[in-house]
Design a protein around this ligand. Structure first.
Ligand code: NAP
Ligand code: GCO
Length: 267
């Protein structure tokens, strides 16, 4: 069979992207819509959902928004039932919603550690568990977990986040192992350092107008010598959401400009 370029399209597919009012989630949802998908997203507040609906409309996308905290198992199960009734069974799930707390481990409370694990690891489990039965019924599906450089590397102050994202890499591999037989592919995307609200504190200009030391550090650690943008993640996400990747399963695709391959520029 000759290669079909339409294998990269998502026509007729329903995609749920969690926490997709802005940032990486919004960019991924926007790219899915551009190749034919129907977009479903959630936020913790009605205000967030309203903001999201407006942002999608401004991008020419008629999205379906739901108020739900991804850590609320009953709420997620209810939301998925509502989506299936109102929009249809979900074909593509992107576990994007996430938080980070940058605190030295010895100063981090167990409660703060637990909160990061809850959002960044427990919630992807909860949402995938709610969505997979519909995918099985429908004959298959795609799950994309948004991992991180911290799925592979540690650094000061991000112990909870690294533990969560490392666990998310293994949850990705386990879902791939357990549900591949139902034509469900579960993969991860590991973004490098991306310019979004989540990393804004790491890029703040200093009082003297110079770049933030961490900003300079990332530039030196990235062969591409730049921060990534959410748009850099769109093509890889469309690939993993499409039938073009039907034999890719349990893989984490790092979209990092080469950080993981590079020792870093000599000072
Ligand atoms: P962001 O700008 O902080 O956006 C995070 C999104 O998640 C927001 O829409 C937020 O909604 C939502 N969210 C947080 N907790 C939630 C909850 N309990 N229930 C529902 N939604 C929730 O982050 P981002 O940079 O776009 O990152 C998105 C994902 O990529 C995260 O998983 C992050 O760990 C990962 N990532 C980011 C980078 C990077 O450099 N930026 C790199 C690698 C991986 P609210 O507005 O309600 O808070
Ligand atoms: C940090 C950053 C990173 C990025 C991302 C890198 O404080 O080190 O926030 O964790 O968010 O996860 O892939």
């Amino acid at each position: 069979m000759t290669f079909d370029i339409n294998s990269f399209r998502l026509d007729g597919k329903i995609a749920l992207v969690t926490g997709a009012v802005y940032g990486i989630g919004f960019a991924l949802a926007e790219s899915f819509a551009k190749v034919g998908a129907t977009i479903v997203f959630n936020d913790r507040t009605q205000e967030g959902v309203t903001q999201g609906i407006k942002a999608y409309e401004e991008a020419g996308i008629s999205a379906h928004g739901y108020v739900c905290d991804v850590t609320d198992e009953a709420g997620i199960q209810q939301m998925i039932k509502q989506v299936e009734a109102e929009v249809g069974i979900i074909d593509i799930l992107v576990n994007n919603a996430g938080i980070i707390k940058r605190v030295p481990m010895l100063e981090m409370s167990a409660e703060d550690f637990r909160q990061v694990i809850d959002v960044d690891l427990n919630a992807p489990f909860i949402v995938a568990k709610a969505v997979i039965p519909g995918m099985i019924k429908k004959g298959g599906g795609k799950i994309i977990n948004i991992c991180s450089m911290m799925s592979e590397l540690g650094r000061e102050t991000v112990s909870a986040y690294a533990a969560a994202k490392g666990g998310l890499k293994m949850l990705t591999r386990n879902i791939a192992s357990e549900y591949g037989q139902y034509n469900i592919q579960c993969n991860g995307i590991g973004p490098g350092y991306i310019a979004t609200p989540q990393t804004a504190p790491l890029r703040e200009k200093q009082a003297d107008g110079s770049r933030h030391p961490f900003d300079q550090f990332i530039i030196a650690k990235t062969p591409a010598e730049r921060w990534g943008t959410s748009e850099d993640l769109q093509g890889p996400a469309v690939f993993l959401a499409s039938s073009a990747s039907d034999f890719v399963n349990g893989h984490v695709l790092y979209v990092d400009g080469g950080i993981l391959a590079y020792i870093g520029k000599q000072p």
